[in-house]
Design a protein around this ligand. Structure first.
Ligand code: AMP
Ligand code: GLY
Length: 417
């Protein structure tokens, strides 16, 4: 009987907690969790300790005598939660602060990829805005401009022309659009091709892949509208082949683990490589040191074997096996006004209709006066699983059609190429 502490409060953490709770006899506590998790796993499953309170989380893990703490979002990882837990002898699955630099600094990720010989877009790093502008004036467009640090998924601009590049660089570097995070920028070559989310479980020296997936980042059907945190995902990715997967393992994942271990900072935790399948082969766009959101909601709903024991093994440096994954689809239901200014407080009808092959994970909800209401931009992540991606899609959308709230935004083409 295992006890797990999950850190975080979004749809991804709801899926992680739900998956861990499928293990017979498992006790799962989430800090701080959300009302949907409490409804799913019981009120006592959520404890009001914030993800930024590293000392409070360590005390909670000790109090629970947790067999493992699993960290959802990047912020506590980048703040060093794993280092804090390890110093106190508390078992935790995640990368140390040194390893989390792969997500916390795009420059660090680029330099590390270069050293490891990993295929990625050509780049230059700048701390001086005038130099950056001078470079951009002479560069081919479109050009990709990235804030070096954490910017909540909003720090990347695909710039169409020199005027936009100059404006973006001034905003990032001179006007502190993302504060400290955009003082330094990485300017990158623009790549084209389908995107692939490739996630692995790492034990310090070895990595085992989860199923592949594809995120849909644009707000509207047909890949239109602004970029979002992700409007849905399909598992497996429709764009990969066993050859591509073998290439990514051999040319991306293994080299990065090798370099991190060589530097004395072996990587333990989930590692997410965001790739573009370009005409000249797969290239890495970014690393995340956590699971993707909303990919995870589909991925874990389709995972057949229990997750917890594998993570306990990996955290202890032992070999891991993850078993099979069923095709699965996740459709995000978002508020009117998302991503810029989401309208919240709308009554949600039709929630709570989970079936063996569909489930509703909560990202931004509240339970008030006996009813569910919207409380964030991305409100729900509705998942379906089936024998094929088409079946999984159909089930996910059937479940979505039972749900309604004022101004609800939903893409109708998740999982379609
Ligand atoms: P990131 O936050 O680094 O994942 O970037 C956000 C999105 O920007 C990615 O999902 C891609 O769609 C796009 N992007 C990032 N880097 C590049 C690049 N070098 N070329 C083209 N698109 C990119
Ligand atoms: N789905 C993209 C991410 O989690 O960063």
């Amino acid at each position: 009987m295992h006890t797990y502490l999950v850190v975080g409060s979004g749809g991804r953490e709801h899926a992680i907690a739900w998956k861990l709770a499928q293990e017979p006899g498992a006790r799962v506590v989430v800090a701080p969790g959300n009302p949907g998790i409490a409804a799913d796993l019981g009120d006592e499953s959520c404890v009001a300790v914030q993800a930024s309170d590293l000392a409070g989380l360590a005390s909670l893990a000790r109090e629970l005598n947790a067999d493992l703490t699993v960290v959802g979002p990047e912020a506590p990882l980048c703040a060093g939660i794993v280092d804090v837990f390890r110093a106190q002898g508390l078992p935790i699955f995640g990368p140390t602060q040194a390893c989390a630099q792969l997500e916390a600094s795009k420059h660090f990720a680029k330099v590390t990829m270069e050293r490891a010989g990993i295929p990625t877009a050509a780049y230059r790093t700048f701390v001086d805005v005038e130099r950056a502008i001078e470079y951009a004036r002479g560069a081919e467009h479109p050009l990709v401009i990235k804030a070096d640090g954490l910017a909540g998924g909003k720090g990347v601009t695909i710039s169409a022309d020199v005027a936009q590049s100059v404006a973006t660089l001034r905003s990032y570097m001179s006007h502190g659009q993302f504060g400290q995070a955009s003082q330094q920028v990485v300017i990158e070559e623009f790549l084209t091709g389908p995107e692939l989310s490739f996630m692995v479980v790492c034990d310090g020296t070895r990595a085992v892949p989860l199923a592949t997936s594809r995120d849909h980042k644009r707000l509207q059907t047909g890949d239109l509208g602004p970029n979002t945190g992700g409007m849905g995902a399909i598992v497996p990715s429709p764009d990969t082949t066993p050859d591509v997967e073998a290439f990514v393992m051999a040319q991306v994942i293994e080299p990065i683990l090798h370099v991190m271990a060589e530097d004395g900072t072996p990587y333990v935790g989930f590692l997410y490589a965001g790739l573009m399948l370009t005409p000249s082969g797969p290239k890495v766009l970014e690393f995340n040191v956590r699971l993707g959101d909303p990919e995870t909601q589909a991925l874990l709903f389709g995972m057949r074997e229990p997750l917890g024991p594998a993570l306990i093994s990996a955290a202890a440096g032992h070999a891991v096996s993850l078993g099979e994954f069923e095709p699965a689809c996740c459709v995000v239901l978002a508020s009117a006004g998302y991503p810029d200014a989401p309208q919240t407080g709308k009554r949600i009808a039709g929630i709570g209709m989970n079936t063996p092959d569909t489930h509703v994970f909560h990202a931004g909800t509240q339970h008030r006066e006996e009813e569910w209401q919207t409380a964030g931009g991305r409100v729900l992540a509705v998942v379906g699983r089936g024998g094929s991606p088409q079946d999984a899609r159909k089930l996910a959308y059937q479940a979505c059609h039972a749900i309604a709230f004022d101004g609800m935004q939903m893409r109708t083409d998740i999982g379609l190429s």
